[in-house]
Design a protein around this ligand. Structure first.
Ligand code: BEZ
Length: 211
């Protein structure tokens, strides 16, 4: 069965541009982002990996390790990295998994044969410190991803893991959040001392609790 939210992120050992990695060991106690790209030496992928490299401090701030994967072999990844560095004005600072035998791609359902039976699609998995899958999104090969959105989701996941809140549409770190319906008004008064606005009994808005 396909991987679903809440499932344990399958562990694996793989060759990467940073040596052999045990995935769960690599993630350690923090958060993780595993993302696939279709093919080395392609334009959109080059911009994506450069963009992720430039965001390293943002991922670090969120205690999040990043790792990329495609079905290309290690010598291809190693040949491509200098191109990414030169053309994107950065240094690739995360491992890229070589998956020519499709071990990782198959574990995570990253090959969608009706889109392409030879390339991984643009999948993203966010994995929590409990090694459970918290988010899965899939983009087509022709659309480069918005990695600010990945950071935004990590902010939401980390906040909602700590407090009884959810985040509304287009929410960004620092903005008001929603008190989950399971919390009574009585409990909400204690849990959210900054107060809350009851727009509807099921829609209660409060300032971000850790700000
Ligand atoms: C790209 O990264 O530009 C790309 C890769 C595979 C198919 C289409 C575009």
């Amino acid at each position: 069965m396909a991987l679903q939210l809440g499932d344990e992120a399958p562990n694996f050992t793989a060759e990467t541009t940073a040596g052999t990695i045990d995935f769960h060991d690599y993630l350690g106690d923090g958060w993780g982002v595993l993302f696939s790209h279709p093919k080395d030496f392609t334009p959109v992928c080059t911009t994506e990996l450069g963009t992720v490299a430039k965001l390293k401090t943002e991922f670090d701030k969120r205690n999040t390790k990043v790792i990329a994967v495609s079905v290309d072999p290690l010598d291809s990844h190693n040949g491509w990295v200098p191109d990414i560095n030169e053309t994107q004005g950065t240094t690739v600072n995360f491992p890229i998994i070589a998956d020519p035998d499709r071990k990782v791609s198959d574990l995570y359902g990253m090959i969608h044969p009706n889109a392409s039976d030879t390339m991984t699609v643009r999948s993203v998995f966010i994995i929590g410190p409990d090694k459970k899958v918290k988010l899965m999104i899939t983009y087509p090969a022709s659309t480069g991803r918005n990695f600010q959105e990945i950071l935004r989701v990590i902010d939401s996941l980390q906040l909602t893991a700590q407090y009884s809140v959810a985040t509304p549409a287009d929410w960004k770190d620092g903005e008001d959040v929603i008190i989950v319906p399971a919390v009574s008004d009585e409990d909400a008064k204690v849990k959210f001392p900054k107060g809350f606005n009851t727009v509807r009994p099921y829609l209660r808005v409060t300032p971000q609790p850790n700000r």
